[in-house]
Structure formats: C-alpha cells, structure tokens
Write a protein that binds this ligand. Structure first.
Ligand SMILES: C[S@@+](CC[C@H](N)C(=O)[O-])C[C@H]1O[C@@H](n2cnc3c(N)ncnc32)[C@H](O)[C@@H]1O
Length: 254
C-alpha cells in the first residue's frame, strides 16, 4: 500500500468502531486465527513476568482479557475502548464466558485514560494503534499510567510482514487466511515495523525494538525508572538483545 493511500484511508477511518461494526468485528475476532493470536499475545505478555494489574487499550470485544485471565490467574485486568458499543460487546462476552471480578471494562479513549499515574504493571494493546488519531499523545498516556520499569507492549498488524513471518503464518493458519489478512491491509491504515519503532522514539519510553508474535508486530516500550533517553538506553547491556530492532525514522505518522 502506498503512503498516500494509507494517509487517505487513515483520514476516512473512524477511531472507535461503531455499531454494527462492533458486532461484525466480534464475529471476526471469534474466529480461530484471532483466538489463537490472543493466546499467543497473552503468553508473550507473560514473558515480561508477573503483574498485579494490566491495562488493555482498545480492548474491543475483550478476547485478549479473556485469554490473559488464563495466563495471569491473580492479575487485575482492565480493558478500555473508545466505542460504547464495543464495550457493551466486551461486557456480553465476559458474561458469556464467566463473569469475573478481576476483569473490568469501561469506555475511555487512549488519549485520556481515567487512571492515576503509575497504576499498571503492563499496558498492552492489540490491533488498535493504527486507529489512533494522535498516537504520540496516546502513548504518553500509556507511559503516565504505567509503573516505573513496566512494559507497554503494542501489537498490531503491519503492512510489510517480513518473509519469514509471512511463511510462518501461512504454515500455521493456511494461505487462505493469510490472503484475507493481506487484503485487510488495503482498507486499514497499518504502519510498518520501522514506523512503529519511530513512533515509540517520539515518546518518553525506552524503545526496546519490534518483533513478531504470530502475524502481529509488537512494539516493545519500557518506562525507565529514572529519566533515560533512548540513546542512553541503547548503550545499556541487554537493550534490544532479544528483539529485532529497526532503524528510527524521524517522520510524523499521525
Ligand atoms: C481492530 S479493533 C481491535 C480490538 C481488540 N484489541 C482485538 O485485538 O480484537 C480496534 C479497537 O480499538 C478501539 N479504539 C480505536 N481508537 C481508540 C482510542 N483512541 N482509544 C481507545 N480505543 C480505541 C476501537 O473502538 C476498536 O474496538
């Protein structure tokens, strides 16, 4: 997809998914390829250690919260979404799969998170970043509500999937589903991995790089305990050691 097309799609693209899109998306996200990805992401988040409280931004129908409930049995899981019909859908799904006091969903936009500073051990998001009209502001909100040394893990589809990832996804899910994902990229303003990395570098986070979990690219962001710039952090042992880092490009992606 050309950059002009992406900018055009981005302008038309609604930030929150309204009804009946919420119902259609709920059906789509109940398919095997989506459910498998929520499981993969939940286990991926667990690699960053235990957590008392996790926030999922743009939670949509809440499937990631349900997948994380299995992996984090003692963790408080909070989902927010800017779309009231989507939050209602998430509430229905949580009721269906067993009401749980550890899971809470509410209507809120990524740009104005209704939580005190340093509330969460992790902030996660799947498939929502490319919807955000002001992603820098949204990431600064994620930074504010995250505890020091906490991770924000931003997963999204990207428009340029590396060949190895493409082949892995085809082997796991089949060529037909992969083709549907590829077609999807023409009507959604996805970034690419380098652009996700560059976005992170325009925030107060330390960017540990990008890597893939299934078909989803994950931007790995750490909230440094003290004020550490990305340049200083790159000199630290372990920085970016287990992730595929990409060159930063100083461009605007809003
Ligand atoms: C493609 S859906 C992904 C939903 C879910 N995370 C998943 O992986 O199935 C994107 C979601 O992000 C929500 N969203 C978009 N912009 C948002 C914003 N600024 N703040 C919070 N939620 C937002 C939409 O309403 C929608 O539910």
């Amino acid at each position: 997809m050309s950059d002009h097309w992406r900018q055009f799609v981005k302008r038309l693209h609604p930030e929150g998914i309204p009804w009946p899109g919420s119902v259609l998306y709920n059906a789509l996200s109940s398919s095997e390829i989506f459910l498998r990805h929520y499981e993969l992401v939940a286990h991926d988040v667990a690699h960053y250690g235990g957590a008392g409280c996790i926030l999922d931004i743009g939670t949509g129908p809440g499937h990631l919260l349900l997948a994380m409930r299995k992996v984090f049995p003692d963790t408080k899981l909070v989902g927010v979404d800017i779309s009231p019909p989507m939050v209602a859908q998430a509430q229905r799904n949580i009721e269906t799969y067993g009401r749980d006091p550890r899971i809470e969903v509410r209507v809120a936009g990524a740009n104005a998170l209704p939580f005190a500073d340093e509330t969460f051990d992790r902030v996660v998001s799947t498939g929502s970043l490319h919807h955000w009209k002001d992603p820098i502001h949204a990431l600064s909100e994620a930074h504010r509500v995250l505890k020091a040394d906490g991770y924000a893990l931003m997963y999204d589809l990207v428009r340029d999937m590396p060949k190895a990832v493409w082949e892995d996804v085809r082997a796991r899910f089949g060529g037909f589903r992969l083709a549907l994902l590829w077609l999807h990229s023409f009507e959604e303003p996805f970034l690419n991995a380098e652009e996700m990395d560059a976005l992170g570098r325009r925030t107060d986070f330390v960017v540990e790089g990008t890597r893939f979990t299934g078909a989803l690219c994950c931007l790995v962001l750490r909230k440094a305990a003290a004020s550490v710039t990305n340049t200083e952090a790159e000199g630290q042992p372990g920085h970016g050691s287990d992730v595929l880092t990409h060159a930063a490009h100083a461009r605007r992606y809003t």
